[in-house]
Design a binder for this molecule. Sequence first.
Ligand SMILES: C[S@@+](CC[C@H](N)C(=O)[O-])C[C@H]1O[C@@H](n2cnc3c(N)ncnc32)[C@H](O)[C@@H]1O
Length: 312
Amino acid sequence: MCQFKNINSMSFAEYKELIEHGDTAIIFLGHDSMFPVSIQQGGQTQTKYGVIRHSSDLIGKKYGSKVTCSKGGWVYILYPTPELWTMNLPHRTQILYSTDISIITMMLELKPGSVVCESGTGSGSLSHAIIRTVAPTGHLYTVEFHQQRAEKAMEEFQQHKVSHLVTVKNQDVCKEGFGVSDIADAVFLDIPSPWEAIRHAKSALKSEGGRICSFSPCIEQVQRTCLVLAEHGFTEINTLEILLRVYDVRTINLQIPDLGRMTEDKGSSDGSDKSKQISTAQPECALFKSGVSPRETVGHTGYLTFASISLF
Ligand SMILES: C[S@@+](CC[C@H](N)C(=O)[O-])C[C@H]1O[C@@H](n2cnc3c(N)ncnc32)[C@H](O)[C@@H]1O
């Protein structure tokens, strides 16, 4: 087991206002163009708009500032929320994205003070979000059997000053479990054979019970997991798939409906039949903003299987 301790008041888990040496910050050039940098006294970062000098341009400035680069273009320097980290982290594996993460957080009922067991750590995308949610008094135990991935995750937690909130274990969760028992409020699995880890999840959960979630891309994995969950006494077994439908905003030219054009004039004073008069004026058009739904939703990431256990 490897564990780093580094208690620091400011971290990924807690927003701070000013940029400091040693921070990880996000350089934002546009919604499709962002990247993380480690802020260093004397350091510099190249962008297509020119150089940013960390000491003079960044350190001491507020997160969210607009910074002018050496060629005159500008960028924003953003605080690395877990959502921005998920969009910018170096991928070592497939990762979970914020849509699934938000449902996982809600359905596992995570909150400050929660104790969570997770496997595998992968690239640490979900781990960062869990840590932010359970801080400042909760803890994440995350198990990863790939040694370099476990080491890299520990390094990042230390750089992001959250290592006091997380314990990384380099072991096989299916064989050795989470290394803790009777401690967790919730367990999360993102491994190829989650059914092999269910008995370990059960023993990691608090004696009064808790919640579990397993993420699997294939329905056959879900079927096996559900069977084993039921065998171990888990109840309320539910599988969800979250498909994100992103609407495109377009400006369109539309006719304005003229509901008064066909008039009913029953009280005419000259006695002529003016009822059902039809206007010959051209219909008016105007520009509208419209939300256009996608023709098809290509968004399958995986199935999220949730269950509860009460051990009394
Ligand atoms: C898809 S990745 C997890 C991604 C992670 N949820 C994230 O958001 O970054 C799956 C990880 O599980 C690890 N893994 C697979 N089987 C495992 C096992 N039996 N014990 C521990 N880790 C395992 C893999 O090495 C891999 O890094």
